[in-house]
Design a protein. Structure first.
Length: 485
């Protein structure tokens, strides 16, 4: 079935963990049951559903509004008011009479800032830099979200490969058990070989159960990174650097509570003597990867240029410098103009007034310490940049070393898998004709099984290391999101 991801608001009926139905609404993006997703689809899901991405977007919206609020100081302030006044004057002098004065009044005024010696300008620039900081923080949140999905996506593929290896290992041990049992009944092999075959079969089943648990945990992590609490059953595609013999890995947690007895030995088969053929397990096939195109020095330069968190620190430094200017200008007065109109119903009195005001009000000691604090904030922002550059350098260096070492290990371990398979086939053939003993056979089988697990784990580690390096360098991604989207 083809991929079903729709960019519209839709309500889907999904299958939850216990197999019951529920209605789960996804805004702007959805996944249909039995869909086939690739890594790009999973990233797009995560970016649309992530509360962290939404929070970063909200913070950007707040910062953007703060710019407009600071600009509003350039606009006139309008004031209106109305009231009714009642007064009563009483006196004990009989020659004077009591006097009452009741009247209604209304007034309107407009006030305009003319010049404040750059305080408002500095405030506007400070908030603009804060907005830019929020934008870069959004970009970094997107980058972290993408990396999280990639890591968990590769984790599912690696866990699926481990399950396949363990399933094949159970089959190998079942065949070996049947053959050893037949040999024992014919008097060719001893009882200890049969017991060892039973123990190894049980161990392989335990390992399979453990691998299946790890696979389910990997699925949970992938769903969590996409923020799909009640995920439907779907499948994910292999990647170019993580090819399986089968093209898809199923994602299904519907039967998470299902249990069955797997402790019983396999049933007897009629051709037990013929079960000695070694099954070759090609979990990963045609493995290939494009060499990383950048040297370490180039990688560091790209990271310094691209990292949104470093850009956010630069913008924060600029904002702190503007805040310092704003604080220093607190000593300076503000020049403003005011015009007003008033009406009083007593004798229909009207009044007009126009004023030009130059005023300031400050606490000298408090303002002095505020300026000192603003200077410290600038120094702290510069220190954050210096620290970030150091962290970025070592993060790129560590990720680069890991990736390069894994690049070298993969072909070596691939050869090791072939060698252990050949050794296993030889040991199995020797045991079948009565030349080799069971311990040699078991050692060869274990070595072959371990080599496959090591190969899969190394491929997983390489994919994660390369994704980690791309994140450390902030390389452009095929699927991403802009704060204005």
């Amino acid at each position: 079935m083809n991929l079903h991801i729709k960019k519209k608001f839709i309500i889907l009926t999904l299958v939850i963990t216990l197999g019951t139905n529920c209605v789960y609404a996804v805004e702007n993006i959805s996944v249909e049951k039995n869909a086939i997703l690739n890594i790009k689809d999973c990233i797009e899901l995560a970016l649309h559903n992530s509360p962290s991405v939404k929070k970063a977007k909200y913070n950007y919206g707040l910062a953007k509004n703060n710019v407009t609020i600071s600009k509003s100081a350039y606009f006139p302030t309008i004031g209106v008011g109305t009231g009714y006044y009642a007064t009563q004057n009483a006196t004990s002098n009989s020659l004077m009479r009591n006097g009452n004065m009741n009247y209604y009044s209304a007034e309107a005024s407009i006030q305009q800032l003319i010049f404040d010696f750059g305080k408002t300008f500095a405030d506007v620039k400070m908030n603009k830099f804060n907005m830019i900081t929020a934008m870069y923080e959004f970009d970094y949140t997107v980058l972290e979200t993408i990396f999280g999905v990639k890591t968990n996506y590769y984790g599912v593929l690696a866990a699926k490969a481990s399950v396949d290896i363990n399933k094949a290992n159970v089959q190998i041990n079942e065949r070996n058990y049947q053959r050893t049992k037949a040999y024992f009944e014919e008097g060719i092999k001893s009882k200890i070989d049969l017991v060892n075959a039973e123990v190894n079969l049980s161990d392989s089943k335990v390992s399979l159960v453990d691998a299946q648990k790890s696979y389910q945990n990997a699925l949970v992590k992938l769903n969590n990174s996409m923020y799909i609490a009640f995920a439907p059953e779907y499948e994910i595609e292999n990647t170019e650097t993580f090819n399986f013999t089968t093209n898809y890995a199923p994602v299904n947690l519907d039967k998470i509570s299902e249990s069955k007895d797997i402790s019983a030995p396999p049933k007897d088969v009629s051709n037990a003597f013929l079960t000695s053929e070694v099954q070759k397990i090609d979990v990963l096939q045609d493995y290939k990867f494009e060499p990383f195109p950048y040297t370490f020095e180039e990688a560091v330069k790209i990271a310094y240029k691209n990292r949104p968190d470093l850009k956010a620190y630069d913008s924060t430094l600029n904002a702190m410098k503007e805040a310092l200017k704003y604080t220093k200008r607190a000593y300076l007065p503000e020049l403003s103009a005011r015009g007003g109109y008033g009406y009083r119903d007593t004798n229909n009195t009207n009044s007009f007034n126009i004023s030009l005001n130059l005023s300031t009000s400050l606490n000298i000691l408090s303002t002095k310490k505020e300026i000192d604090n603003a200077k410290i904030q600038v120094d702290m922002a510069q220190n954050e940049i210096d620290l970030a550059k150091q962290d970025i350098y070592f993060a790129v260096q560590d990720a680069y070393i890991n990736m390069k070492q894994l690049e070298k290990q993969i072909p070596l371990i691939a050869v090791k898998v072939k060698q252990t398979l050949e050794n296993f086939e030889l040991a199995d053939g020797r045991y079948a004709v009565g030349i080799g003993d069971y311990i040699q056979l078991q050692d060869a089988k274990v070595n072959y099984n371990n080599a496959q697990h090591e190969y899969v784990q190394t491929v997983y580690n390489y994919n994660v290391a390369r994704a980690n390096l791309e994140k450390a360098m902030a390389l452009p991604q095929e699927i991403t999101m802009n704060v204005e989207d």
